[in-house]
Design a protein around this ligand. Structure first.
Ligand code: 0O2
Length: 241
């Protein structure tokens, strides 16, 4: 046995390294399951409807460092049970949509699937954080089928528009650069930028709706919405009137 500096045996450290990897594994599988669901929706929209409300999808497994920092921040004891109960965003999937309406539409499509259990919804789009952060957060459990058991794994879905995502990515970098203490002048500018991002979202959605209405009218006029069908079918239908 080899004792380390603070009285922990090296063999124990090796054991817990393996246990920690085992602890994280179902979260990685949970991400894979959720990504499959999101990618199916994305592909279906692209191929069948020729338009996808999902612009981009990304996932991340919380790093051990970030997990530890969050546990300290939340006064969460460092045990596997406590981490599993209190740190609910170990698995994260972020969906970026074109328009605000699409964020809710995608959320409904995913949460309506009967193997998904929603445990919490935080709607920071309807009620943004004081710094201007906007995003729809849904904590959902998804079943993961393993060799000897089925585990319900929590995955945090963050659904937001491109403009909200642009803002949040920059704010995240600035937040970490200043260790959480952003200078007031920069904070003010970030708040202004969040308002500008929101105005852009509202304007783009209105333009899109106008365009969609005009397109639907011209598609109908061009006959694009009419299915090709045999003349006998139309004649039979007409005779039965
Ligand atoms: P990272 O680096 O993304 O993993 P709670 O203590 O439960 O109230 P918690 O768990 O932070 O708060 O939940 P919340 O507020 O729903 O935030 C979860 C995640 O949303 C964060 O994870 C961020 O990814 C993102 N987020 C929340 N607020 C902000 C914000 O003001 N700005 C930006 N850019 N992102 C935000 P982590 O673990 O903090 O960070």
């Amino acid at each position: 046995m080899t004792e380390s500096l603070d009285g922990v045996w090296a063999e124990d450290l090796a054991h817990y390294r393996a246990e920690f990897t085992r602890f994280m594994m179902p979260y990685q599988f949970g991400i894979a399951e959720m990504m499959t669901k999101v990618n199916i929706l994305k592909d279906e929209f692209t191929h069948i409807h020729h338009y996808s409300p999902i612009e981009h999808v990304a996932s991340r497994l919380k790093s051990p460092e970030s997990l530890l920092q969050k546990a300290y921040r939340k006064n969460c004891p460092i045990t596997f049970d406590d981490l599993a109960k209190q740190i609910v965003d170990i698995a994260g999937v972020r969906i970026t949509c074109s328009f605000i309406k699409d964020t809710y539409r995608i959320a409904d499509m995913l949460t309506g699937q009967n193997d998904i259990t929603v445990t919490e919804v935080r709607d920071y789009i309807a009620a943004p954080k004081p710094n201007g952060y906007k995003s729809l957060h849904i904590l959902a459990e998804i079943p993961v089928f393993m060799s000897d058991r089925v585990q319900q794994v929590p995955v945090e879905l963050q659904i937001r528009t491109i403009a909200m995502d642009f803002w949040a990515s920059l704010e995240h970098k600035i937040y970490y650069k200043y260790g959480g203490n952003i200078p007031p002048s920069l904070l003010e500018e970030l708040t202004e930028a969040a308002e500008a991002a929101n105005k852009l979202d509202v304007k783009m959605e209105r333009l899109h709706e106008e365009f969609a209405a005009a397109k639907a009218e011209s598609d109908f006029a061009d006959g694009q919405l009419l299915l090709p069908m045999p003349i006998e079918l139309l004649e039979s239908l007409a005779r039965r009137r």
